[in-house]
Design a protein around this ligand. Structure first.
Ligand code: ARG
Length: 590
């Protein structure tokens, strides 16, 4: 529907002004302002010096003759120059039919993939260090973005850029060998705790005896040179860390597709960095300063990026460059690459991307950093440095406990509610914004929360189930609807009979359903899952409002009942699809 309107609008603008403009339709914030709105009259007004309102009227007049062909009820010019489109009830009802016919896939979604493939890299925790709330945010937001890209036709690769390499492993290995007990760590419920304690111990001891730094350097050198003992302990650190990571990923229902499901960590690119430095040198992009190598940017747009340290060692940035070169070679040049990493690395990613453009590897638009803000706790900003680390396992457990009080259902349902609540809290606002962690807000049943939306979904399902158990639909039911009864739900064709005039609550819901596909598309264009959250929250509120005002199962007339059941089912389908795109389960009951 949106596409056909856009096409017409473009043609009309071309005819009236002989100009190409960006005629995209958007969804009005206020549902009473129509189903779609265009600001094209402002664009034309600006370039031609005409009054936008006059332009809007001209365009509106052109549409008058084709309303019925485009299934429009009306097109309106609204001050100071908007053009608002109202779909006919008939086409709103057709959209509902489409939704009912497409329980698996978002009805009417377009293929928007700008490249055939996309890599979404998220989570990326560090080995032998705690999985932080930052990694938690990255995991949730990255997973949602990957799902959204899939929905619009990208072939998506899910990667995890583990921090599994670096000089800190020299310290870690020295500490394990000196003060650690491998068997104890092996048996530990949370080996990362032991490793962190050993790491802290190293720093305490090194303050007293600076010699230790030298020992650590030696161990890292050994690790680099492939010394079996160093490699063995390093691998142990990875396996121990995954004991924790796997548990978290499993709870969250998140996974990765690359490198056997573990993702390509930094260590994978060890040995792949020399050619990168060479290429940078050949292309004249690095300057050497006392042995260190740095990339400088035109007009000093950004501070220089170091790619080789004075002592010749490689860095995080060197490994990122090797990663992105590998991606081109491994997946092909036609690829979108998204890194979901905290906002504090924004400047770094600008430097990295710019370097990659200068190298001619990628073009702008192909590299995207989606940054997330900090997690704050009601008690104040949390600090990992002082040892008061937040252990995510504990947060997940606590969420489950609280969710159990909320939903009287089974443990399985409590888990779905708990994870839904935590994820929603992370997704409901723009990723770059900080999040205040507040249990009451996360698990509220009366506001913008995961459980609120999940609950609206369970309502739709309980109505449909009851409808199935009762006499369904009476005499007005169409033969198709009866034959579909075995699908377990009241899926029907022609749910809206011409004899029935929907109420305003019903019309609003129909309108809201039309917005679903464009909303998903907008979320992809902005790499912003919060757009979907906003939509689902509004839809859930509208449904609750309808549910309170109207009788569904005990509706007076059959046409009423049939329509309301169809509408309820449509809302259920969209709520579930939307939640699933966000990585959130839609429980059947709570
Ligand atoms: N391991 C890093 C950290 O914890 C995040 C890695 C992000 N990804 C990347 N390609 N640099 O800060």
């Amino acid at each position: 529907m949106k596409e056909a309107l856009e096409k017409r609008l473009e043609e009309i603008v071309k005819k009236l002004t002989d100009k190409e403009v960006n005629t995209l339709l958007s969804i009005p914030k206020d549902i009473s302002k129509g189903d779609f709105t265009s600001n094209v009259a402002f664009q034309i007004g600006k370039s031609s010096g005409k009054n936008p309102m006059d332009v809007a009227r001209e365009i509106t007049a052109e549409f008058a003759s084709m309303s019925s062909e485009l299934s429009l009820e009306k097109v309106e010019a609204a001050a100071p120059g908007f053009i608002n489109f109202y779909l006919s009830t008939q086409s709103l009802s057709e959209n509902l039919q489409q939704v009912l016919k497409s329980p698996e896939k978002v009805a009417g979604i377009r293929n928007l993939a700008k490249y055939p493939k996309a890599i979404v890299e998220y989570s990326s925790p560090n080995i032998a260090k705690p999985f932080t709330v930052g990694h938690f945010r990255s995991t949730i937001i990255g997973d949602a973005i990957a799902n959204l890209l899939e929905a619009v036709g990208y072939k998506v690769y899910r990667d995890n850029h583990l921090g599994d390499w670096g000089t800190q492993f020299g310290k870690q290995i020295y500490a394990i060998k000196t003060w650690g007990n491998e068997q104890e760590i092996e048996k530990s419920e949370n080996p990362v705790k032991n490793l962190v304690a050993l790491y802290v111990k190293f720093h305490e001891e090194a303050e007293k005896d600076p010699e230790l730094e030298e020992r650590a350097r030696e161990w890292f050198k050994k690790l680099e040179d492939g010394d079996p003992e160093a490699r063995r302990l390093w691998q142990k650190c990875i396996d121990w860390s995954f004991k924790e990571f796997d548990r978290i990923y499993k709870e969250l229902g998140v996974s990765f597709t690359e490198n056997g499901g573990r993702g390509y960590g930094e260590a994978f690119f060890e040995g792949k960095m020399e050619p990168i430095i060479k290429e940078l040198e050949e292309k004249g992009l690095v300057k050497t300063d006392k042995g260190a190598k740095l990339v400088f940017f035109p007009n000093d747009k950004y501070p220089p990026l170091m790619v080789i340290k004075q002592d010749g060692a490689t860095l995080y940035a060197t490994r990122d460059l090797a990663t992105d070169k590998f991606r081109l070679e491994h997946y092909g040049k036609d690829i979108l690459v998204i890194n979901e990493v905290g906002m504090e690395q924004s400047l770094y990613f600008k430097q990295l991307f710019e370097t990659e453009y200068m190298l001619g590897w990628y073009t702008p638009g192909q590299r995207v950093h989606v940054g997330h803000g900090l997690f704050r706790f009601k008690e104040g900003k949390m600090s990992t440095r002082k040892g008061n680390v937040i252990w995510l396992d504990e947060v997940l457990d606590e969420a489950e406990k609280r969710a159990q009080n909320l939903s009287k259902g089974s443990l399985g349902i409590a888990k779905e509610v708990a994870m839904g609540a935590l994820k929603w809290n992370d997704l409901k606002r723009s990723a770059h914004m900080d999040v205040t962690f507040d249990w009451d807000e996360i698990l509220t049943m009366n506001g913008n929360s995961g459980p609120y939306v999940q609950y609206a979904y369970t309502r739709t399902q309980s109505v449909l189930k009851k409808a199935d158990n009762n006499v369904i639909l009476g005499s007005a039911a169409t033969p198709e609807s009866n034959s579909k009864k075995d699908s377990g739900q009241a899926r029907m064709t022609d749910v809206l009979s011409p004899d029935y005039t929907p109420s305003s609550e019903e019309l609003n819901l129909l309108r809201k359903l039309v917005q679903f596909a464009p909303t998903v598309e907008e979320a992809v264009e902005k790499y912003a899952p919060n757009v979907v959250c906003e939509y689902l929250f509004e839809l859930a509120q509208m449904f609750n409002n309808f549910y309170q005002k109207h009788r569904i199962l005990n509706a007076e007339k059959d046409v009423e009942k049939r329509f309301r059941l169809g509408l309820t089912e449509g809302v259920g389908i969209v709520l579930k699809q939307g939640l699933n795109l966000l990585g959130i389960q839609a429980p059947e009951k709570m």
